[in-house]
Design a protein around this ligand. Structure first.
Ligand code: ATP
Length: 140
């Protein structure tokens, strides 16, 4: 029985993390799920939000946006469309993205842009939330 899980997070651009951890919490498309070592294997689509992992008593936060999680008893692989560790998040950029999205949403007649602006707004808010969580946990 392995006592740790290998957590690997990759995006189309880069490897974001490869780390032995004690626990992973992830934003599944149908809600958050948690994984301890020796979990049964499964696949899940990812939503937008905070992934977090616990290691040596500390909680670390990583923003993820879309993609898939593959869970096996000793490994969690995250293939995300975008992912940043809390410390990598540019808060000013996220704030600007939030402003742009809110301005677009204020123009009510542009229906197709609306869904896109909603998604951009969700990403920007989740990034700021992720950074806050990391700062509160003292891990970024
Ligand atoms: P923006 O409008 O600022 O580009 P976005 O939500 O459209 O935001 P994404 O499409 O999710 O951006 O990501 C594009 C790339 O930019 C990815 O590599 C992502 O990791 C990076 N990225 C986006 N926003 C930030 C941020 N606030 N801090 C750090 N990296 C970011």
């Amino acid at each position: 029985m392995s006592k740790k899980l290998l957590l690997e997070i990759v995006t189309p651009d880069r490897k974001v993390l490869s780390q032995d951890v004690d626990y992973v919490g992830a934003p599944g498309a149908l809600g958050e799920f948690g994984v301890l070592p020796n979990h049964i294997a499964f696949l899940s689509a990812l939503g937008v939000g905070n992934l977090y992992y616990k290691n040596e008593g500390k909680t670390h936060y990583i923003f993820v946006s879309g993609g898939f999680a593959e869970v096996s008893p000793d490994k969690v692989t995250i293939l995300a469309e975008a992912a940043e560790k809390a410390a990598e998040i540019d808060v000013e950029r996220a704030r600007k993205a939030q402003e742009r999205a809110q301005q677009r949403l204020a123009r009510t007649q542009e229906k197709i842009d609306n869904a896109r602006a909603q998604a951009a707004l969700r990403r920007s808010l989740a990034r700021m939330n992720c950074r806050n969580s990391g700062e509160k946990a003292g891990t970024c």
